[in-house]
Design a protein around this ligand. Structure first.
Ligand code: ADP
Ligand code: ASP
Ligand code: MG
Length: 438
């Protein structure tokens, strides 16, 4: 008997019909002899709708109340799913994040999981029940307030629970058939990857592939939890996110479909995929005096404001002026805070002005084989240039090259890079079953 954690995203539980279909899948897993813990997201676009509603009553809702409101979304789907399962003759019990023992830090809207004490979940399983847990939420260890874990974080609830319960696998059910070489909504000829390593998936998620929440991949790697990404709308084999040994262990436990396992390459491809991200903005600090300590002053101001920067570019200073421009990218949602913080040090640093641009997008090429294959960056830049797209910023890591381009050029640049590295499938195999991509 295995312990399986299954997570169903918003599009998989979008309406009553979907919830009933998901209930059948869960019951089938239980009847196959497994212990089942389910993590659910809010139905469809409920989280966005609740946020819009909050905006209508207050432009700046108190973070505590916003979390109270948003956690209701997952509570609706967990209770409905438990009812649908009961209707199929199985016992299911739903639990809020707090009841499931998800203990977090106290920052509303982006709390981090500190620990999970899944006593009640374990007990429910021991009694033969299916446990259903509301994703994306917990309770602060210090303040005892209800918190949310950030957009898309039900994935993280699921993997963290899988680690705490020592589950054999964490299945993430979504509206596509697995992890593809690019977002199937942008590149219809994207190919499904049968397996991807934790390191590559971490880069994909960090670069905007929202099929998995970044922190869930970090968690999975740290605790060696194999993640199986699949569609709740089909029976396709999906993608295993696991390193070779973790994957092998899953094969030996019989968790991997035998036919699908044959197609899994254990060698690393040079390029695994192309990711894109439209959630960033760019700030340019114009004409910064080229003196010792100015960059430190600018970036420590941003650090104090708790802003995570992504790319940073400093130009060579003009000989005549002794001044230089510094540009950096950051999450759009932090744009205003960053501009306010920098405006306060304008006199002290002596720069001329601040420019803000949120019409940008980031396109990243990811692949572990890049380490040992020179020329990847050159081929990437050439492909982007051939598509007529101008590159505004560049950054690299060992297994990634990213460029910032105009927001309107993102789709073209993604398709060009995907094509240049011969990632396209011969036939269209990427089906998007649901969701609005919002
Ligand atoms: P859920 O509601 O199930 O959590 P999400 O919308 O968060 O679903 O994530 C699934 C979506 O991720 C897909 O519909 C797809 O548009 C997007 N996506 C982005 N990059 C990829 C990729 N490389 N492979 C698969 N899906 C991707
Ligand atoms: N419902 C939350 C969101 O829309 C969490 C999740 O779906 O993962 O962000
Ligand atoms: Mg998601």
């Amino acid at each position: 008997m295995s312990l399986v954690v299954q997570k169903y995203g918003g599009s998989s539980v979008a309406d009553a019909q979907c919830i009933k279909r998901v209930a059948q899948r869960i019951v089938a897993t239980k009847k196959a002899g497994h212990e089942v813990v389910v993590v659910v997201s809010a139905m469809g676009d409920t989280t966005d709708d609740l946020r819009d509603l909050a905006q209508q009553v207050s432009p700046l809702p108190p973070p505590r109340e916003l979390d109270m409101l948003l956690t209701a979304g997952e509570r609706i789907s967990m209770a409905l799913l438990a009812m649908a399962i009961a209707n199929l003759g199985q016992t299911a019990k739903s639990y809020t994040g707090s009841q499931a023992g998800v203990l977090t830090t106290s920052v509303h809207g982006k709390a981090k999981i500190i620990d999970i004490t899944p006593g009640r979940i374990r007990k429910a399983l021991d009694e033969g029940a299916i446990a259903i847990v509301a994703g994306f939420q917990g309770v602060s260890q210090d303040t005892k307030e209800i918190t949310t874990l950030g957009r898309g974080a039900s994935d993280t609830t699921a993997v963290a629970l899988a680690a705490a319960l020592d589950a054999d696998v964490c299945e993430i059910y979504t509206d596509v058939d697995g992890v593809f070489t690019a977002d199937p909504r942008v590149v219809p000829t994207a190919r499904r990857m049968p397996r991807i390593s934790y390191a590559e998936m971490l880069e994909m998620a960090a670069c905007g592939s929202k099929v998995l929440h970044l922190r869930c991949v970090e968690y999975a790697r740290r605790y060696g939890v194999p993640i199986h990404v699949r569609s709740s709308f089909s029976n396709q084999p999906g993608t295993w996110v696991a390193d070779a040994d973790t994957y092998q262990a899953a094969v030996e436990k019989g968790l991997v479909d035998a036919e699908a396992a044959e197609g899994v390459e254990m060698e690393q491809a040079i390029i695994s995929g192309v990711a894109h991200d439209r959630s960033e903005a760019k700030i340019t600090v114009v004409a910064v005096p080229d003196k010792v300590g100015e960059a430190a002053r600018i970036f420590s101001t941003l650090a104090t404001a708790e802003i995570n920067l992504d790319m940073i570019v400093q130009n060579v200073s003009g000989v005549a002026t002794g001044r230089t421009d510094i540009s950096f990218s950051l999450p759009r949602e932090d744009g205003q805070t960053a501009m306010n913080a920098l405006a306060k040090i304008k006199e002290e640093v002596g720069f001329e002005q601040l420019l803000y641009d949120d019409r940008i997008g980031k396109v990243s090429l990811i692949g572990a084989g890049m380490r040992t294959n020179p020329g990847v960056a050159a081929r990437f830049f050439a492909a982007v240039a051939e598509a007529g797209v101008n590159i505004e910023m560049i950054s690299t890591s060992e297994i990634r090259v990213s460029v910032v381009v105009d927001e309107d050029d993102v789709d073209n640049a993604v398709a060009a890079a995907h094509h240049a590295f011969e990632l396209d499938a011969d036939e269209v195999e990427a089906v998007v079953y649901g969701g609005t991509g919002r």
